[in-house]
Design a protein around this ligand. Structure first.
Ligand code: ADP
Ligand code: MG
Length: 281
């Protein structure tokens, strides 16, 4: 896919289309306490040729942690990417409101600047770009002020410790030769430094062994503890990951429709009984 992940915001300032730049004024504040941070309503979206999401409603409050579960191909990544504004997906009905504003037509860049972040299921590598330089640019763009290399380096080192990674990691090139676990940890490192208001983790737990899973989960936990006002959407197959993160609510997506919503018990139930009850209908 040729969509540049939105974390690369500062590198491609030119965007076309009817989008609007997010002003920092609305980036940091909600109009009032009852406005959900994210309010997805009647959302239909898909590729040029095929509708994948058939009317999704999803409300995420400030500080809330939502898990999205569902079998392969149910539209979880499509939902995440549509919220992110990935141009690969076309919205044909409904809308996405964020901090009280309709962002359905916003560019991915504007969404990123106003605090929407996604940890990718399959992070891409950028040849020759050291992690520290990448993060410096991305964080500067997010904060709309130039942060110094030293400042970034110190922050990185602090988070690398929490993520059980070596300091030397910061000097390596983005995702080049990274193991699956390193890629996932690197996404979490980005999440920590970019300080999003809405973080979306798309199967950040996939392809990790138990140790990796525990480290990544505790990394995510420490970001959440550090920034309790952050809202998080966690896309996952694994109840184990949710046991560690403890979301406020779990929703189940099957064939582009939300078929169930519940608490911890729902995730545990799915872990034991799978999705058959929804897929066999
Ligand atoms: P999940 O993340 O739940 O596994 P996806 O959102 O990736 O599901 O995919 C949902 C369905 O839409 C699948 O059948 C997938 O093949 C299809 N799909 C998703 N993205 C594309 C795309 N860019 N082009 C064609 N089909 C797609
Ligand atoms: Mg997916």
């Amino acid at each position: 896919m040729n969509f540049k992940p939105l974390k690369y915001i500062s590198m491609t300032p030119q965007n076309k289309g009817p989008e609007k730049e997010a002003s920092l004024g609305n980036a940091s504040k909600l109009p009032d306490d009852n406005t959900p941070l994210l309010d997805v309503s009647g959302l239909r979206s898909g590729t040029d040729t095929q509708e994948i999401l058939h009317g999704i409603d999803l409300r995420v409050d400030k500080g809330e942690v939502i898990a999205i579960m569902g079998p392969n191909g149910s539209g979880k990544s499509t939902l995440a990417n549509t919220i992110l504004g990935n141009p690969e997906y076309v919205v044909t009905a409904g809308n996405i409101r964020y901090k009280g504003e309709d962002i359905t037509a916003w560019s991915p860049d504007a969404r990123a600047k106003s605090g929407i972040f996604m940890a990718f299921q399959h992070p891409e590598s950028i040849e020759g770009l050291p992690v520290v330089q990448f993060l410096k640019q991305a964080v500067s763009a997010r904060k709309t002020t130039e942060v110094s290399t030293l400042e970034i380096r110190m922050e990185i080192i602090e988070w690398l410790k929490k993520l059980g990674m070596d300091d030397e990691f910061a000097t390596r090139h983005l995702n080049e030769g990274f193991s699956g676990g390193e890629r996932k940890r690197n996404e979490i490192l980005q999440m920590a430094l970019l300080e999003p208001d809405l973080a979306i983790l798309d199967e950040t737990d996939s392809g990790l062994d138990v140790d990796g899973l525990t480290t990544v989960a505790s990394g995510v936990k420490s970001i959440m503890d550090h920034r309790p006002e952050m809202s998080t959407i966690i896309v996952t197959h694994y109840a184990k990951f949710l046991e560690l993160i403890r979301p406020d609510r779990t929703i189940v997506l099957v064939n582009g429709i939300v078929v169930a919503s519940g608490g911890d018990e729902l995730a545990m139930d799915i872990d034991s009984n799978g999705y058959d009850r929804w897929t066999e209908r």
